[in-house]
Structures are given as C-alpha cells and as structure tokens.
Ligand binder design. Sequence first.
Ligand code: HEM
Ligand SMILES: *[C@@H]1O[C@H](CO)[C@@H](O)[C@H](O)[C@H]1NC(C)=O
Ligand SMILES: *[C@@H]1O[C@H](CO)[C@@H](O)[C@H](O)[C@H]1NC(C)=O
Length: 651
Amino acid sequence: MSFAVLAAVGVALAAATYTYVLGLYKNVAKARKTGLPYLVVPISPINLAWQLTFTFWVPLIKLLPKSLWENWLFVMIPEWAYHTGQTHWDRLGAESFLVASPGHLALYTQSAEVIHQVTQRREAFPKNIAQYGILEMFGRNVLTTEGAVWRLHRKITSASFNEKNAAHTFAQAIHQTKGMLDMWFGPDGAKTGTTGTIRSLEHDTMTWALNIIGYVGFGLRLLWPGETMPKDIDPKLAKYGSLNPPAGHSLTFADSLAKTLERIVAILVYNETILRLLPFKFAKEAYQGKRNYLQYMDEFLRDKIDETRRGVPQREGMDIMGQLVQSSYGSESKKAGSTGTTKGDPTSTFKLSDADIIGNAFIMIVAGHETTANTLHFALVELATNPSTQRRLQQEVDALFGDSDPSTWEYEKNINALLASHVGATVNETLRLVPPVTVIPKVVTPDAEQTLRIDGRTYVLPPGLAISLVAVCAHRNPRWWPTRPSERTGAPTDLDDFLPERWYRTARDGSREAEEEDGDIVDKGDYGGFQGSDVAASLYRPVRGSYVPFSDGPRSCLGRRIAMVEMGAVLAVIFQRYSIELAVDEWADDGEVEAMTPAQRRALYRKAQHKSRETIRGANSVLTLKLHGGAHVPVRLVRRGRERFVSDPEL
Ligand code: HEM
Ligand SMILES: *[C@@H]1O[C@H](CO)[C@@H](O)[C@H](O)[C@H]1NC(C)=O
Ligand SMILES: *[C@@H]1O[C@H](CO)[C@@H](O)[C@H](O)[C@H]1NC(C)=O
C-alpha cells in the first residue's frame, strides 16, 4: 500500500473518530443540562444497521466485563421495554431518562404525567416522522406526516370514521367471525362440536381483520377458504377476493399484502432491482409481494378515478379509496384546485397526489388490520390461559344476548352495553398488556426548546430531542395504576397479570380531578375521529397518560372506535356459543386426557398455561407487537358444554 493511501486512510479514521467523539460529547452535554438521569451508549439504539445486526453484537459485548455494559446494554435491544417491564426503570429509580449516543439523543418515559403533556401538545411535541420511513414506502399518508400536510390528510381521511360506518363495521365483524368459525370447525367439527388443534390463530385473525377492513373500508369482498363470491359483487372488485391469482397477477391480493407486510424490512432496505436479482426466498417474496400489491392498488386507483369522473355515486361503507380520489379528482376539488386560495387555510391550496392516495390506502389497510388482528389473537390466547375470566365473559355475553342469532344484533342497541361489560374490559386488558404499538415516537419541535412539568419541577428539553413514549411500560407502572399483590405469582403488584376485573375496581381517587385540571393543555381542535366515550361512568378510568394503546390527543388513532367495535363483536359472537382451550397435544393425546382424573387434567393444563405465558412474553415488533418465527400458542375451540379444562372452577 502506498504512503498516500495509508495517509488518506489515517486521515479518514481520525476525522471519523473526531466526529464520533465530538457528537457524543455534545449529546452528553445536552443530556446533562436537562437535569434528568441519562445513559451513555456507543451507537444509537435506533440506528438501522444496529437493529439489523444487534443479535450478532450483543453476545460479543457480553463477553466484556459486566461493569462495562450492565448499565446501558438493555436499552440497545429492540423491544426491551416489553421484555423487561419495570426492571430497568426500578434499577434507575426513574420514570424518565435520556440516552445519549454520538448521533442521537432521546428521552424515554413511562410517566403518565409526561405522556399526557407530550400527546396533548402537538405543536411542541410533533410526531417523530423520521421513524416512519417504513410506513411511507408507498406514499405519504395521515400516519407519517406532520404539520399542514398532516392536517390535509387527516381532514380527508377522518371523514369516513363516523358512527354510521362503525355500525357497518359491527355487522361486518359479526359476518367475518362466522366465516372464521366455519373455517375452524369445518364440516366434521360441526358434528363433534370441537375443532382440531389450531396452530394458525395469528394468521387467521389477520385474515379476519383484513376481510373486515377490506370490505368496510374499500368495498372489497375477501373470502375464507371454501367461501364463494356473492353473485351481486361488482366484477371489478371480485378479483381482489379471488382465492387464485387473477389474470395479470402472480399473487392474490391478500397474499400480496401478506408478503409485503411480512417482508417489509427487506422492501425498505433493498430497492426493487436488487430484490429481483437477489437469489433468496425472502427477496423473491418481497419483490413479488410489493409488485403485485402496487399493481392492484394502481388498478384500483384508476378504476376509482374513472368512476369519480363519471360521477358514479360513492359506495356504502367507508369507501376510503373513493373518499381520497374524490378529494383530488372530484368536481369540488377541481374548483379548489383552480382558485385554490381560501384565506387562512393552508390545506386548500394543495391536494393529494396519486402517491399520497396509494400511501393512505396502504396505511388504512395496515393500521386497520395488524393491530386489530393482534389484539384478537392475544385476547383469545389470554382467555384460554385464564379460564375464570373466560367464564365470566361468557356469563356477561349470555346476559346481553341470550341465545339470539348474532346476525340480528343491532349496533345502536347493543354496542355501549357490550363495551361496558366484561367484553370491553377484556379488550382493554389485552391492550394494556400486549399493546400492538409498544412505543410512540415523538420529538421536541426542532426550532425551539420545550418545557415539561414533572412532579412539580420544570425541565427544559433541547430542540429536536427524540422522545419515546413507552406505552407498554406505562401500562404496568405501579405509580399510576391501582394494584394489589399478585394472587397468581405472589409478586408485589398484579400489573403483569391478565385481570380484566381490574377495570371494575372503584375509580382511583383523584383521577377525575386530574382530567378537569387539564384545561390549559388540552388541544380543543377537532381532528375528526370518534369524540364520544366507550365508558360507563362507574368503571375504572385510568389516569390520563397511563393508558395509551391508541395514543392520545390530536394524533391519536383514527380507528379507535372501529377497533373497539370489531373486538366487541368478535368476542361476543365466539363466546356466546364456544369456549377456547389451550391445546395439550405436546403432553397428552385425546385418549390420555379422557382417562385422566380432574387433578391430573388440572396439572396438565397448568403446563399449557405456563408455556402459553412464556410464548406471549416472547412477542416482538416489526410493525406491531406479535409472535414471530413460527412461535404460536396452539388452541382448540369447543362448543360450550364440551370443555375438557376451562369449565373446571379450580382453574
Ligand atoms: C386495536 C387496534 C388499534 C390500535 C391498538 C391502534 C393504535 C394506534 C396508535 C398507537 C396510533 C398512533 C401512532 C403514533 O402516534 O405513532 C394510531 C394511529 C392511527 N391509527 Fe390506529 N390502532 C388500531 C386500529 C386502527 C384501525 C382499525 C384503523 C383504521 C381503520 C386505524 C387507523 C389509524 C390511523 C389512520 C392513525 C394515524 C392517525 C394520525 O396520525 O392522525 N387504527 N393507531
Ligand atoms: C437500485 O439500486 C441500484 C444500485 O444502488 C441502482 O443502480 C439502480 O438504479 C436502483 N434501481 C432503482 C429502480 O431505483
Ligand atoms: C376501557 O378503557 C377506557 C379508557 O381508554 C375506559 O374509559 C373504559 O371505561 C374501559 N372499559 C371498561 C369496560 O372498563
């Protein structure tokens, strides 16, 4: 190697070291200045290269003396908050702390007080949209934008989220739940009253949720295996529900979306040319998924534009695509586009591009699909794992609906009682323990410092500081939740236990006043979405900021009502007639179970409960918190009265 090359390498190394040390020094100085506790780490925990390779590095780092990594390594491991719960907050003795690395400075908090302030003050603490690249690959959208652009997207998309469409969702959720049950029981199960062991619960709940949002949101009739397309469906839409790839596609619509979601990281990291050339299965799936999905969406968009131009009236349901297209191509928008100068409204001068439309359609499908599917999946597994709460749920479903046919249930008449019952409490408790979105990313506005009040003291945060609202830990933070010693494990609190009953415990003292005195920070703007409450006054109401599965404030989930409605419907339909049990095939076959004494069965079920809890603890997020890599909790559904385990009052 010539001297010139060596010198150049030397200079580059020195420059890199300098930048690294200086960056770290600056961030540590900023962290210290806030007065909050902080950790110093060698690389940003959200660095993509780190996130893709941490499983390689972590064991190497652990070879070093413990004192060198003990204090900070935890925060470098994706999903640490879900996996380690209160451990590290307790150790640090803090509800909020900063993490300084050379390229990044971030605040992590599980304090209800902080979360409440940050979610309410949107201008001071906007969303950290830099972290949303993964959800913007098909175009900008309501979830990934900020400022005036977000307002426009929110205005156009929120119009569909009204009570009329919530009622529509209720009916469709009932219909799709029947489809799922028919698939599980099959022709034989109908006779024996029991399904075989189901290992595809997560996948099936994804189908369930996709079928609902596909139909309610987009008018697409998606099918269960064995189901046939209704005759009256618009032939243009029939291809999306086809169980085989239609002409011109190599995947069905549902598969194209499934593959896109499954391979979303690869799609983000590699461009299409590279994906097509890479000789790996993941690359092929990613490429095909993305290509097919975009092709479907493009055709869908063209058809909608055509319909809009011809003045075809909008469909029943949310017709999200129609709504988006209308805003850009409808007669109204032409007027706005040409004159375009309504004073004071920055959104009236621009409209959504085709890419924005496709981006929003994607986000509605993704946001409306994986989140709800996971909630149903974990709710079912938790109910199977906790028989007494399942029995209570069944009693309340019986009291509400008796033996009536679910297709006769009415949204207006039933929904409030349903969501105020043990059914609503079960959904709340599932979202508390296994929230699909574990961490909500915000940031201090880049152009100004912002202050936070914490325990009566004021802290000043530097411009641009990243903030992670660690919802999954706030949900289990004993400072903000009433708690008792755990009856199940003997732990000092019961906040790690699945106990829907906690939602009926008497309201925490002062929670109501806490809400009243918000006056100064509550953002009173109307951002669309559900304004009402799914609350009965007598139920436990969490302290603001301690329970944020749907986030809170102006950027909270648009689909909250729809999600709650879907969950209420599906649990009521299933548990009116069926029970769910953990499958025990791993330890005993059906004959052996048959021959067991009650005590033996109980002991067997405890093994299954233990394993189920371990499996749930192993969940991880790519987009949302779920099981990965084939991990699953096997279950069986049985007609009520045919239970082998969960009817045992001692379980
Ligand atoms: C149990 C189900 C659901 C959960 C737990 C959930 C959770 C969330 C959370 C935490 C956010 C805020 C994300 C952030 O600030 O980074 C959010 C936003 C959003 N959700 Fe949901 N969601 C659910 C269901 C749905 C459904 C069914 C839809 C639509 C059909 C939907 C549409 C949206 C949209 C459009 C946003 C962006 C709102 C904005 O930024 O203005 N979600 N959701
Ligand atoms: C993908 O990346 C390669 C190499 O970086 C580049 O040559 C190619 O033009 C890119 N293709 C597309 C479609 O962007
Ligand atoms: C579910 O949680 C909400 C808070 O998000 C609460 O207002 C509601 O009362 C809870 N439902 C039940 C049945 O406890």
